[in-house]
Design a protein around this ligand. Structure first.
Ligand code: HAM
Length: 420
């Protein structure tokens, strides 16, 4: 047997209902906030991500599916969509068409991580990017959208963490302060953190190593070194969240694993899914558009992991997605009438009803069993004595009431019955 690649999943019909339910809520919520959908290619030139996300990040240095194609180009399966969306924004000069571009997406991403519950190599994200506004209210809007979607799915055990990374200048001063502090504790840092000290010093806050954690407990915090503009921006985000009734906590160690962030960063974390608890993450990235060759325009966005959210929903039993019921199951009594059943099914379908009929030459009893299994609202019998008078028999499965109807009036009658 050939199996699916490690860390990838088949989404089978029984599960797809829950996916569709989530996708509907996502699309409806984005529409309410006037975000327009964007779809970009599954793969991009590697430099889009290397430059966009940052060479020193875990994603770029360890996790990308990168390959050389037959023309010798280095291509990468998208590990996230912010860099792709910004690439498309710049390529199509979307800023010339719209002052503020509010874009959303839904689709698969690829990272070669060690698979575990809630962490896969192909996973799905929905997310949004707003390009063109410095206003802190757009940061707040992103957090509110993420929180509202997750709350609409019925999830309760949530925590919204926010932080500010300020602007590159204030961060530079702070990094020097942090470096001096860490230099005093070199003996107590893990090898990984010693490396990060050189490449990406803020990420030492993300270490799971107990020695690092105890050093970082007393480390100076970036929040205490922010410039006044960054503080003002952060205060505006916080007060908008308060007015929107989004419960949040400031987490001064929330640095996030991608290099492009400035000002606000945030995550929504669930207590119901084990160690891979971040349901979504995002923040502001004011330098990225320029970094990818575009005008000096700001951006802010987030992305949420669909598999993780659905896992949390399952663990909390937060919603049930119901399949649309079959309106009529057509039972062929007389096998010579099979093509009439097929035609009848077709005309009823074309009138907008959900119809199934038998393609396995089953007995009437077995067809009835199938109709019950599918929870059909009505069963239509074609054949038998009634058929001599051009009549078919329609049975209401809820009341067991039976009606003989002329086969010519079928569509009209069934539609009327369905309305009641
Ligand atoms: P990220 O934090 O790398 O951010 O990913 C966002 C979310 O995607 C995570 O919180 C998690 O739910 C999900 N996720 C990430 N990796 C995996 C995985 N291996 N398996 C399952 N789920 C996963 C970004 O991707 C940024 N582009 C977010 C952003 C948009 N920032 C600004 N705009």
């Amino acid at each position: 047997m050939i199996k699916a690649v490690t860390g990838t999943n088949d989404i089978l019909p029984a599960e797809i209902l829950r996916w569709n339910y989530l996708e509907e809520i996502v699309k409806k919520t984005f529409a309410q906030f006037n975000y327009k959908e964007i779809r970009t290619p599954i793969f991009e030139l590697t430099q889009v991500f290397a430059r966009g996300i940052g060479e020193a990040t875990d994603i770029v240095s360890k996790e990308m599916y990168t390959f050389i194609d037959r023309s010798g180009d280095s291509l990468t399966l998208r590990p996230e969509l912010t860099a792709s969306v910004v690439r498309a924004f710049v390529e199509h000069s979307l800023d010339k068409k719209q002052g503020l571009n509010k874009l959303f997406y839904f689709g698969p991403m690829f990272r070669q991580e060690r698979p575990q519950a809630g962490r896969f190599r192909q996973f799905h994200q929905f997310g949004a990017e707003a390009l063109g506004s410095h206003d802190a209210l757009v940061d707040a809007e992103m957090i509110i959208i993420a929180y509202d979607i997750i709350a609409k799915l019925g999830l309760k055990n949530l925590e919204v963490k926010i932080n500010s990374l300020g602007v590159p200048n204030s961060r530079k001063n702070y990094k020097n302060v942090l470096r001096s502090y860490l230099n005093e504790h070199l003996d107590n840092l893990s090898e990984e953190s010693l490396k990060r000290l050189e490449t990406n010093i803020l990420r030492v806050f993300d270490s799971k190593d107990e020695r690092d954690k105890s050093v970082m407990k007393s480390a100076p915090l970036l929040l205490d070194y922010l410039d006044s503009e960054s503080i003002e921006h952060f205060e505006k985000v916080k007060s908008a969240l308060q007015r929107a009734n989004v419960p949040y906590q400031v987490d001064a160690a929330l640095v996030r694993g991608l290099d492009y962030y400035t000002h606000t960063t945030f995550e929504v974390v669930s207590g119901s899914v084990g160690s891979q608890s971040a349901l979504c993450g995002g923040g502001r990235y004011n330098g990225l558009v320029k970094e990818l060759g575009g005008p000096d325009l700001p951006g802010v966005g987030f992305a949420a992991g669909v598999e993780r959210i659905l896992l949390a929903c399952e663990n909390e039993k937060s919603f049930e997605a119901e399949e649309e019921r079959i309106d009529v199951f057509i039972i062929t009594i007389d096998k010579t009438l099979q093509s009439l059943s097929f035609q009848t099914a077709l005309s009823l379908r074309r009138s907008g009803l959900i119809i199934e009929t038998d393609y396995l030459s089953r007995s009437v009893k077995a067809q009835m069993r199938e109709a019950n299994k599918l929870n059909a609202k009505f069963v239509l019998f074609i054949g038998g004595d009634e058929f001599a008078n051009d009549e078919v028999v329609l049975k209401n499965m809820a009341t067991s009431e039976q009606k003989n109807i002329n086969k010519e009036n079928l569509v009209e009658i069934i539609n009327k019955l369905r309305e009641n």
